[in-house]
Design a binder for this molecule. Sequence first.
Ligand code: SIN
Length: 272
Amino acid sequence: MLCVKRFAPVLGAEVRGVDLAGGLDEETCREVRSALLRFGVLFFKEQTEIAPAVQVTIGKMFGELHAHPAAPQMPGYPEVFVIHAHRDSKVANGEFWHSDVSCDEEPPLGTMLQIHVLPEIGGDTLFANMYAAYDALSAPMRQMLSGLTARHESEHVYRGRYSDRGVNDRDKVYPESNHPVIRTHPETGRKAVYVNRTFTRGINELTEAESDAVLKLLFDHCERIDFQIRFRWEQNDVAFWDNRCVMHRAIWDYWPNERKGRRVTIKGERPR
Ligand code: SIN
C-alpha cells in the first residue's frame, strides 16, 4: 500500500511504501497513475538504485517510451537518458523553465528521473503547476488566449548541445511544432498554460510585437513563485512528473561538483 503525502498546497506529493528498484506491480502502478494525475509530480523517497532495465520496464507500464531527439542513447538502453553535470560541463540539463521536449508533435506525457550522484549541497529542481497558472488568469485573458497556438522550436536548444558526449548533429533536423497556448489535459480535463521559456518562440496568430509581449507576460506569470515548489533531492530519490500540466527547472548551482541520474520519458499525445 502506497503512502502518499502532499508535498505543498500548490503541487506534488511524497510517496513511500514502494522501492521501485524491485519493479512495480499492476495495482501499485494504478495507484501511482492516479496520484500523478492528482498531484502533478511525485517524489518517491527511501529508494535504492533502479537498474536501467527495470526503469525501462516501469516506464513502459505508463505507455510507450519516448526517444529524446538530441541526447545520446545509453548503450544497451536507447530509452534511457543519462542526466550528468560535472566539472567539465558547459551546460546542465533543464536549466531554464520547460515542459520536456515540448517541441515534439507529441510531447512526453511524463518523465521519471532518479538521481544517484548528488552534490553535497545544491542541485534542487523546481516544479510549477500550470493548472494553477491557468486558473489565476483573468477571464478576459483566458478568452484572448483560447484558440491561440504557439510555435515550439528546438534548434536553438539542441544544436551542438551534446557534442561533449560524442554526438555529431551536423545533418540532424531538430523538431518544431505548433501547440495550443492553453491545453486541456487529456485525462483530467483541466486546462493548463502550455508555453515555456526554453522552447516557445512565438504565438502564430499575433504580430511579432504582440507575440513577444504576450509570451513575456505568460512566462513571467507561469514562473510566479506561488505556483512553484522546490525539491531537494536525497540520493536515489525518484521524481515522476506530468509534463502536460507541470513545468520544471533544474538549478545548476553546484559546479564543479557532480550530479548524475537516469530518466525515462513516456510518450504523450498531440496537445489539444
Ligand atoms: C530535466 O529533465 O529537465 C532535468 C531535471 C533535473 O535534472 O532535475
